[in-house]
Design a protein. Structure first.
Length: 603
């Protein structure tokens, strides 16, 4: 998701105090009333809005007002945008049984603008404007009735200075806000905007329902199922990856060194800077997680087509990147990255309801829980496209060879989220990391290690075997019985404990295929874990056991759980309960994989 999460800008050393505050109500008319189905992107965002915290899912922006602009010009330009773009006149009737699948476009209506006047702005007015916009994200939008923008006009002794706004992600993403900003500035400059040629949300919904649109969605579903069915389910499955309340502090990196190194790697390898940055990020994440594949959500604007490039709509959906980081060197991974990213980008338009149904079916069959552990959202194209850094960006760049800054805490449904805000003239990243995995020192070391990797790769290839030495980032420690099964890190002891708890305390032993040969015939167990359960004669089937364990795996339980590929139910535990062959010498009452109707055995 292109959530538009802002940077930690703080409020500076002093917080301006508004002198007066009032609300202006603006009426609009002249649009066309329309009604129809929601788009795939809207359905995805509506689902997130109803589930996630508003601070996470709402987005925001700050529009500096050119000097000499009158308040009436600001308000008139806002009204023009509302009439011009159907998305800003759209609501979503709330059904009784869940998320709305209908959108309604109003022909006329009104919206409000809050005006805050100040005698002084203090030393950092842009930071203050950013703070006002961020605060407006806190409330949840009522999709069935709310105007989708919360607009605050900040004035200095009556003169407009900034428009700080928060937006519902059901109607805009970061790219849509950039289009609105550009058009608004054009209106203030007296420009006559050309007719809207981009697809409206309703037009896009109609296109998505065509045979070609449905084929694209089906192809995306198959790609996601294939990736989720084969890649690691949790990037950070490790002993200390306990489920937390999701509160993560923001760490911001601003680095001129990082920007110079990124540009040099791109020049040396002939690869685009965004691909280099994505590769470096994924390589370091996989190294830290001890994984050979980096599976990460990479929100994509889906604006490559001319009809969507300037659409005011929420088009962003997740591209699911699966990058194999096995290889001798960084350049070897980089050569694979573009193809992997392109495949992910091609499959980022889908029916989100059907997608999650497919994910649930795939993970139930695999016996896992897909965790959206890692998110990398590169929105630098929106800021880098504005040209040389000015204003706040210029102040951030001054003397920022490598600067780290801690900011506020947010509740996020991920373990590691990164926003790439700028790649020139400085590398500007915002990172939110699960404190259970990345205490403050380790979080800082991860970002400085990323810069170190770029600097090392600037003039020569970097052997992957030297990543710890080059970056200072060490792979996760997994002591005890942790092992990789079906591409996922798991602990058989933890699985046994979870399964026993799910079955009311029945004795359970979990072993691997290697130590679970079927004693009578010598057949090997299927690849994966084998669970032995002593039912004591109580009615129990492999399907019962699998369903009970999956309820634990998909809930807020421990990390690193993977369901066995085979469930063997016996009457009593053996005298040596930790010995898999001893369990197999017991009389087997029933066995199966639990994913389908079990077969009874006459042992």
């Amino acid at each position: 998701m292109d959530t538009g999460t802002g940077t930690n800008t703080g409020t500076g050393s002093e917080t301006p105090q508004p002198g007066t505050a009032h609300t202006v109500t603006l009426s609009y008319a002249g649009g066309e009333e329309r009604r129809g189905p929601v788009t795939m992107g809207q359905a995805n965002m509506i689902r997130c809005i109803l589930r996630d915290e508003p601070l996470h899912i709402n987005n925001h922006d700050v529009w500096p007002v050119p000097a000499g602009t009158a308040p009436e010009q600001v308000l008139d330009a806002l009204r023009t945008l509302v009439v011009r773009h159907e998305a800003l006149r759209t609501t979503f009737p709330e059904p009784a049984d869940g998320a709305s699948r209908i959108q309604v476009v109003a022909a006329e209506g009104d919206f409000t603008v809050r005006v805050l006047d100040h005698e002084e702005f203090g030393t950092e007015p842009a930071r203050y404007a950013e703070t006002v916009a961020r605060r407006a994200r806190a409330g949840r939008f009522r999709l069935d009735r709310d105007f989708p923008l919360r607009i605050t006009l900040l004035t200095l002794r009556g003169a407009p200075a900034f428009v700080s706004l928060s937006s519902s992600h059901a109607v805009t993403d970061g790219s849509a806000l950039a289009v609105l900003r550009e058009e608004w500035l054009g209106l203030l400059a007296g420009a006559e905007l050309p007719p809207v040629e981009a697809l409206t949300p309703l037009d896009l919904a109609a296109e998505e329902a065509t045979p070609a649109g449905l084929r694209r969605s089906e192809a995306s579903l198959r790609y996601w199922q294939r990736t989720i069915g084969t890649g690691p389910q949790e990037m950070f499955a490790e002993p200390r990856a306990t489920r937390t309340d999701g509160q993560q502090p923001q760490l911001t990196l601003r680095s001129l060194r990082g920007a110079r190194a990124l540009a040099q790697v791109a020049k040396r390898t002939g690869s685009p800077s965004p691909t280099v940055l994505l590769t470096a990020w994924c390589t370091l994440v996989a190294h830290r997680a001890g994984q050979s594949t980096c599976v990460a959500a990479a929100p994509l604007s889906n604006r490559s087509r001319p009809g969507l490039a300037r659409s005011v709509n929420t088009l962003s959906q997740d591209a699911l990147l699966s990058l194999d980081v096995r290889g001798l060197s960084f350049d070897a991974v980089l050569r694979k990255a573009w193809g992997a990213a392109l495949s992910a980008y091609r499959h980022s338009q889908f029916d989100s309801v059907r997608l999650w149904e497919a994910i649930e079916a795939t993970t139930f069959e695999r016996g896992s829980h897909f965790a959206r552990d890692v998110v990398f959202n590169d929105v630098s194209v929106l800021t880098d496209a504005r040209g040389p850094a000015t204003g706040q960006d210029a102040r951030d760049a001054r003397d920022a060879e490598l600067d780290l800054d801690w900011g506020p805490v947010q509740v996020l449904p991920t373990r590691l989220l990164c926003f790439a805000y700028r790649t020139a003239p400085l590398l500007h990243l915002g990172m939110w990391a699960d404190p259970a995995l990345f205490p403050r020192e380790e979080a800082e070391a991860f970002l400085t290690g990323l810069v170190a990797l770029l600097e090392a790769a600037a003039y020569e290839d970097v052997p992957l075997a030297s990543l710890t030495q080059v970056t200072g980032v060490r792979p996760a420690g997994r002591d005890g019985d942790w092992l990789q099964v079906d591409g996922c890190w798991t602990s058989p002891l933890a699985v046994a404990g979870a399964l026993s708890g799910a079955l009311g305390g029945l004795p359970v032993h979990v072993g691997t295929a290697e130590d679970s040969a079927h004693a009578p015939g010598g057949d090997r167990a299927p690849a994966g874990l084998t669970a032995f359960i002593a039912s004591g004669g109580a009615p129990l089937t492999p399907a019962d056991a699998h369903t009970a364990l999956m309820a634990v795996i998909s809930g807020p339980g421990p990390s690193g759980l993977l369901a066995p590929a085979r469930y063997v139910i016996v009457h009593d535990p053996p005298a040596a309960p930790g010995d898999s062959p001893a369990w197999l010498r017991q009389r087997i009452l029933m066995e199966g994989n639990g994913r389908h109707r079990p077969t009874r055995d006459d042992h």
